[in-house]
Design a binder for this molecule. Structure first.
Ligand SMILES: Nc1ncnc2c1ncn2[C@@H]1O[C@H](COP(=O)(O)OP(=O)(O)O)[C@@H](O)[C@H]1O
Ligand code: SF4
Ligand SMILES: [Mg+2]
Length: 351
């Protein structure tokens, strides 16, 4: 897609494991446009973190291209990457592990400015105070240490640090997964507000769809290292065009429901096969209630359904007149699925 901030093409990450090759990420195409949120979802082990680390230059890339504003990142040395660093920052799942316990919050948030040689001590301190205020932390927080804060506040500190260099993109890897649901909603609201005020794009990784539904403009679903579906978030929820997406959706309570103590999410039935030994043909075929012999033999390539949607499933029928039919009862049309790129599904519950 033109105008993308981040553009990944055929990205693969392979690890040697016991004399074999584990394809953790296996040919991923992904675009993130400015000021939008692209969610990457899928069960644990499908390759989300490996993809994030590859994008951040923190992990290996075996094949493919990762471009930031048109500049190729794959193959750059750490020294060549350094001037590009400010544009992309990362927030991790565990705010304990990612914040140095021996440094004050002020030093933690100042560090990226210091490393990039930006400003003098006084101007950096002023910027730190501004950043802490932006993420809703009290004046005076900069004198304290990470252990003096709750999990949600620590994640705010991590977000303040990620904002220090005015990034265009923040890669968030399960940033609220370790937090209580009510605290999750507060941090998600903060991310939405920061996007609105600062125009930041997010690549938001989560195994939890109840989180993603409040944030994403577009959603990419991974299964065993590959993308199986990509769509605007609204189409994704209303009428899934892939059995795995359907199963994930139906297993996901809304955040409102979780806040009101509704049942927790149940997993999609069946075990995820080993990434070392994925099934032939469609990788979801061992768990798919709609699998045919053809599915078990031939891998379904990702097909474009509309300008904003692609799907890797043999059983999605698209007729010449643009009607779409699936065996799980979705009847829609190419026209209905088009042009919904900017649509968020619903806001984060206000708390
Ligand atoms: N350094 C590594 N060496 C070998 N296998 C790895 C390594 N990192 C990740 N993997 C494997 O790659 C797959 C994807 O892992 P990961 O990206 O962490 O998944 P997710 O973040 O979606 O839970 C898993 O099968 C995992 O065991
Ligand atoms: S290709 Fe076949 S096995 Fe794979 S998701 Fe579609 S129906 Fe299920
Ligand atoms: Mg992960």
């Amino acid at each position: 897609m033109s105008g993308a901030l981040l553009s990944c093409r055929d990205v693969a990450v392979e690890f040697p494991v016991a004399g074999r090759v584990l394809r953790a990420v296996d040919g991923v195409d992904l675009d993130v446009e400015p000021a939008t949120t692209v969610a990457v979802v899928g069960e644990s082990g499908c390759g989300k973190s490996t993809l994030a680390r590859a994008i951040m230059g923190l992990g290996p890339v075996s094949r493919g291209s990762i471009k930031l504003e048109g500049k190729e990142l794959v193959g750059l040395t750490p020294r060549q990457l350094r001037p590009l660093r400010p544009a992309v920052q990362m927030v991790f799942q565990n705010p304990f592990g990612s914040l140095n316990p021996r440094l004050t919050v002020g030093r933690i948030v100042e560090e990226p400015l210091f490393v990039q040689g930006i400003g003098d001590r006084a101007s950096r301190r002023a910027r730190v105070r501004e950043l802490l205020e932006m993420v809703g932390l009290d004046a005076g927080s900069e004198q304290q240490f990470p252990h003096q804060f709750s999990g949600g506040q620590r994640q705010r500190i991590a977000i303040a640090r990620a904002l220090a260099l005015s990034p265009k993109l923040i890669v968030c890897d399960e940033p609220v997964s370790a937090l209580d649901v009510s605290v999750q909603a507060q941090v998600l609201n903060l991310l939405v507000r920061l996007q609105r005020d600062l125009g930041i794009a997010y690549l938001f990784i989560s195994h939890d769809l109840s989180v993603v539904r409040h944030l994403a403009h577009r959603t990419v679903v991974m299964y065993l290292g590959r993308i199986v579906a990509r769509s605007s978030h609204r189409s994704f929820w209303k009428a899934p065009l892939h059995p795995y997406v359907l199963a994930l959706r139906d297993a996901t309570p809304t955040m409102d429901g979780l806040l009101n103590a509704a049942k927790p999410a149940t997993l999609v039935e069946g075990e995820v096969p080993s990434a070392l030994d994925p099934p032939p043909g469609c990788r979801f075929s061992t768990r798919c209630p709609y699998a045919l012999d053809h599915c078990r033999a031939v891998y379904p390539e990702l097909r474009a359904v509309s300008d904003v949607e692609s799907v890797a499933c043999h059983r999605v029928e698209i007729s010449n007149d643009g009607r779409i039919r699936t065996p799980w009862g979705v009847e829609t049309s190419v026209a209905e699925r088009s042009g919904t790129l900017g649509a968020r599904l619903d806001p984060v519950p206000a708390l």
